[in-house]
Design a protein around this ligand. Structure first.
Ligand code: PEP
Ligand code: MG
Length: 587
């Protein structure tokens, strides 16, 4: 039994599929002379298989999402055919007598060292690509070495060091019922993906890949972050029962998709979806979202080999608008930096404190030509939305002060003028700010005159307020949204926006958590944007909860002095109001 961080609730029992085996136990075996030919052949077989996989993936992604999102797989395929790369691996097998996996491991180490010494961010990004390719080869090699091992047939539980963007696309066809990663936490990529699919997940489980192998039975308890490998029969049957209940609950809750979102005493609520790209739209539709409350555009940039052009962006935004439920779509401009770097935007050197450095809107300001391109694409998309009777809003991330807000307004105006002069159809949209920097939270009253709406990014707000990295499991005990300081700030910000008559939404992970929802509702918040999978349970909770009850719960919760007391109290309240939701709750 191993403890990690619960990042997506529910219980899953399945067969492990390890995605990083070759790196965890690099093969130390030296080949005998007679084994070399066979090992070279294994490499070639795996290489051909991966090339085919990549081509299939590229076609699939191109079909579903368009050529720009698919381009990265072409880059990976070219890498696989690169003679410098293949020559080295062959040489180490033939002359140094390394096994293929050991040779791949050495290749990756060599390139990582070489490229990181150059300090060139572009090359560093290529290391991530190489790593992606090598992981694929490793996965294929384990299939080749062990033909009876089921490839990726479900239901499986992915066990990985971390989840890469290309894994996620590849997993689309596979019946993945759970995800466990060694790295990451509540708000990392794997967590966001797991939640958007409504599958249980646990992150930050150290050294797990040393203890699990593909084919093992793994149980994930996404309520308290427990992972059990090959449980004894009693534990297994207890977990299987819980898993059945979880699946049943999910089906039951999804059936309320057409029910109105409102409190028990009839206050209407807006339950919106967070999406990362067109692939998340079916979930947003199926779970009954009232619109898109947050479209994170950075995934479009992260999966593109260079800057996506205005027309490429427009095409993707139009796809999102077309496939979105409801009528409102909030598009957030590029929120890159921190842990997500894009080399073509000039992340040339490592920063000492990337989350507090050159990220998000700060980076966009320094690349006005590129930033304007995105704003233009959004304004053009807004016109397209209008033709469908929908409305686009533009949202700027990581706003710190009034000067920044004024500056973005100026840029939107400039983009509009350019489009007008060029004869493009466009529409000026409402302009909003993400409230996620404590400085902006405490001075919100100064900013409100310059924004049309506010969206609270609680994931970042909490990490900055608590000075605790949202992706670092070592400080996750501090990075707690249900802590007194966070509640004080949230209550104040929501009150300020309501007093000024500014629409306000919360789009961090807190919105989809039952306990978080209750306190936010108690603060008077009625618009929430979350991973689509959480919408049904929040709708269920809301229809058992009156405004009066939520206010009373909030008042009581805010009298406690510690996070643990608040969480315990709120858990009891949620269990009382909607007992069947306890499977969706987290520790
Ligand atoms: C947030 O910070 O809460 C948020 C919604 O944005 P992201 O998780 O993309 O930083
Ligand atoms: Mg954020």
């Amino acid at each position: 039994m191993k403890k990690g961080i619960a990042v997506s609730p529910g219980v899953a029992v399945g067969t492990a599929y390890c995605m990083l085996e070759i790196f965890v136990n690099p093969d130390r075996k030296r080949l005998a002379d007679r084994e070399v030919t066979a090992e070279l052949a294994r490499f070639e077989t795996a290489r051909d298989a991966v090339a085919l996989d990549l081509r299939a993936l590229r076609m699939k992604v191109e079909h579903q999402l368009g050529p720009s999102e698919a381009a990265i797989f072409g880059v990976h395929e070219a890498m696989l055919r690169d003679s410098a790369f293949t020559g080295k691996v062959r040489n180490w097998i033939a002359n140094d007598r390394l096994t293929v996996s050991a040779a791949l491991h050495r290749l990756l180490q060599e390139y990582t060292r070489l490229f990181s010494e150059t300090g060139d961010a572009y090359l560093q990004e290529r290391v991530a690509d190489l790593r992606d390719v090598v992981i694929r080869l490793g996965d294929r090699l384990s299939d080749v070495a062990n033909p009876e091992q089921p490839a990726m047939h479900g239901p499986i539980i992915i066990v990985a060091d971390e989840l890469l963007p290309s894994h996620v696309v590849a997993l689309d066809d596979v019946n993945v019922i759970g995800i466990v990663t060694q790295r990451g936490s509540q708000t990392s990529h794997a967590a966001i993906i797991a939640r958007s699919r409504g599958i249980p997940a646990v992150s930050g489980v150290e050294h797990l890949l040393r203890q699990v192998k593909t084919g093992d039975t793994v149980v994930i308890d996404g309520r308290d972050g427990i992972v059990t490998v090959n449980p004894d029969p009693e534990a297994l049957s207890a977990y299987l029962k819980l898993e059945r209940e979880f699946v049943h609950l999910k089906d039951e809750l999804a059936a309320n998709r057409d029910m109105p979102a409102q409190t028990a005493d009839g206050h209407p609520l807006q339950l919106l979806a967070n999406v990362n790209g067109p692939l998340d739209l079916p979930a947003a539709q199926n779970m009954g979202a009232a619109g898109i409350g947050l479209y994170r555009t950075e995934y479009l940039y992260l999966t593109h080999p260079d800057i996506p052009s205005e027309d490429e962006q427009l095409a993707t935004y139009e796809r999102i608008i077309q496939g979105s439920p409801g009528t409102s779509i909030t598009i957030r401009t590029l929120d890159i930096g921190g842990d997500k770097t894009v080399p073509y935007l000039g992340h040339q050197h490592q920063e000492a404190n990337p989350f507090m450095g050159w990220r998000s809107i700060r980076l966009s300001f320094e690349h006005p030509e590129f930033f304007i391109t995105q704003v233009r694409a959004i304004l053009r998309a807004a016109h397209f939305a209008q033709t469908l009777g929908k409305q686009v809003r533009i949202l700027f991330p990581m706003i710190t002060n009034l000067e920044e807000m004024r500056r973005v307004r100026g840029m939107v105006g400039r983009a509009g003028k350019q489009l007008k002069a060029e004869g493009h159809a466009y529409l000026l949209t409402p302009i909003g700010m993400m409230l996620e920097v404590p400085a902006a939270a405490v001075s919100i009253r100064l900013l409100l005159g310059s924004v049309d709406f506010v969206s609270i990014g609680s994931n970042d707000l909490v990490q900055y307020l608590m000075a605790a990295d949202r992706d670092n499991p070592k400080v996750s005990h501090l990075c707690q949204p249900l802590s007194p300081p966070v509640l004080f700030v949230l209550r104040d910000v929501i009150a300020a926006c309501r007093a000024a008559g500014k629409p306000i939404t919360l789009c961090g992970e807190l919105a989809g958590q039952p306990r978080g929802f209750v306190v936010l509702l108690g603060m008077g918040l009625t618009s929430f944007s979350m991973s689509p999978a959480f919408i049904p349970s929040i709708k269920e909770l809301a229809c058992h909860l009156t405004m009066e009850k939520a206010t009373a719960v909030l008042d009581r919760a805010m009298k406690f002095n510690t996070t643990a007391q608040i969480k315990r109290y709120l858990s009891r309240q949620v269990a009382e109001v909607a007992p069947n939701l306890s499977l969706m709750d987290q520790a």
